[in-house]
Design a protein around this ligand. Structure first.
Ligand code: BES
Ligand code: MN
Ligand code: MN
Length: 461
């Protein structure tokens, strides 16, 4: 019999090696060139779940990438924890900004990770964090310490909007029945300041196309006399924020929940250094909605951001041209109560309305999802809080995150259970960016903390 600490000490090199194998496969869901790699990743996880002691593991076909389902039911009378994670990753580009290739994992020390961090796409989001749960299960089953039932549901389309999971969950409500959903796909404040994520923002993602003349034109012969779609698009985008950085779409804020002064005061107690924040990003000042702090701007307030903008000539040298078309991809991060479909519709009608007659505008919605907030007095939150207290020796701080996991709201609706977000990454781990990494310490600390969640949740239940 080993304690979890002893078990990790004995097996940590293997835990690291196994994660590295998983990280070598480029499971990029957004790019069909990698579809075989996405499928191969699913196979590897199937095998790892069997090895970790699941009694039953299956690859569930969907209209898109398959969903991995695994379970170990020790006694139907005991509570059931459902683990969710994703095996797909974001595209790795721009490749030239990586210090080492994104799918050739290397371990390097950093200021925040003096014990070393694994550098690879997906290290933190979400292969590393998902795999902590597989290794925690391995410990609990091999040492006879699993206190309750467990189910795993690992998908391959989170980074592209979880469409297949939204199809799968309502069709498998019985199979997925659980008492709490546990996810490690978020972050915490710092290694000595653990936090539990109590909120996620919703999302509405749209693409816009502005068309001017029917062909690209000589910018001398026609310039000044016809609308330049890129000029117009820039103007339209600029008009979406006012001088206070408030979003100007009529009705956009109608359902936004304003936090009470008490709640905002409570939030402001979370440790945060504006100087360190600016230094880490090499910026001289922050920027955002008037009347709100940085931590409020990126968690309890909705936003609108251009994610990409293109059109016209972007090759070498100069070309004098008025393009026929201009494009942008725009995301709106939403807060609980804002309905993403409503917001998408508001955006579309406003954007069409502000376009001058000289251009045509086309708005295409991509994916979206609802935000989420979870109370801190639930059994799941209490169990998580006690688990962190056990392994970090401090009580974690509840904190709302600015990121989105749109499927979480659907879990609550369909499966009627609360989600607990126990993330072990740091904001500086560069998820979605070049040089993504995950601290070895964080990886092992996650594996250490998870079994305590099972124990305390079973006790509290
Ligand atoms: N794991 C992230 C979300 C996240 C990260 C939440 C850190 C909180 C803290 C997830 O994989 C993600 O990237 N979600 C996307 C949305 C999705 C629909 C593409 C996002 O937030 O942009
Ligand atoms: Mn993720
Ligand atoms: Mn992600």
């Amino acid at each position: 019999m080993h304690t979890i600490k002893e078990y990790i000490e004995k097996n940590k090199q293997r835990f690291i090696d196994e994660l590295i194998e998983l990280l070598k496969i480029p499971s990029i869901s957004a790019d069909t060139a990698f579809s075989q790699d996405v499928l191969n990743t699913a196979d590897l996880i199937i095998k790892s779940l069997k090895d970790a002691g699941c009694d039953h593991v299956e690859l569930c076909e969907t209209p898109g990438y398959p969903i991995i389902y695994g379970e170990k039911i020790i006694d139907p009378k005991l509570p059931t924890v459902l683990i969710y994670g994703h095996y797909d990753v974001q595209p790795a580009d721009p490749l030239d900004l990586w210090d080492s290739p994104p799918f050739e994992p290397v371990i390097k020390k950093t200021d925040l990770h003096p014990d070393g961090a694994i550098f690879a796409r997906g290290a933190c989001d979400d292969k590393g964090q998902m795999y902590m749960h597989v290794k925690a299960l391995e410990y609990m089953t091999s040492e006879g310490k699993l206190p309750c039932n467990v189910k795993f549901m690992i998908e391959g389309e989170e980074e592209v909007g979880s469409e297949s999971l939204a199809w799968f969950v309502p069709r498998n409500v019985e199979k997925l029945a659980n008492d709490v959903i546990l996810i490690s796909d978020t972050g915490m404040i710092a290694n000595n300041i653990p936090s539990i994520t109590t909120g996620l923002r919703g999302l509405s993602y749209v693409e816009v196309e502005v068309t001017g003349p029917n062909r690209d034109l000589h910018s001398g012969l026609y310039g000044g006399a016809v609308a330049n779609p890129i000029n117009i698009l820039s103007k339209m985008i600029a008009s979406l924020h006012d001088e206070n950085n408030h979003i100007t779409i009529p009705g956009f804020y109608d359902k936004v929940e304003e936090l009470s002064k008490e709640e905002r005061d409570e939030m402001a107690k979370a440790p945060f250094s504006l100087e360190a924040y600016k230094n880490a990003l090499d910026i001289d000042d922050v920027y955002g909605e008037k009347g709100y702090t940085t931590n409020e701007r990126n968690s309890i307030r909705p936003t609108l951001d251009v994610n990409g903008i293109w059109g016209g000539y972007t090759g070498e040298g100069a070309k004098t041209v008025i393009a026929s078309k201009a494009y942008a991809k725009i995301s709106m991060r939403l807060v609980p109560n804002q309905n993403w479909e409503e917001i998408t519709a508001l955006f579309k009608s406003h954007f069409e309305k502000i376009a001058p007659k000289s251009v045509k505008v086309n708005v295409t919605p991509h994916h979206g999802g609802q935000g989420y907030v979870t109370p801190i007095d639930s059994k799941g939150y209490q169990a998580a809080s006690k688990a962190y207290k056990e392994t970090f020796d401090v009580t974690p701080i509840p904190q709302r995150s600015g990121g989105s996991i749109p499927i979480v709201a659907l879990f609550e609706k369909e499966l009627k259970s609360k989600t607990i977000l126990m993330g072990f990454g740091l904001n500086s781990d560069a998820i979605h960016s070049p040089n993504e990494h995950f601290g070895i310490w964080n990886y092992l600390k996650g594996i250490e903390t998870i079994p305590y969640f099972y124990t305390y949740f079973t006790e509290l239940h």
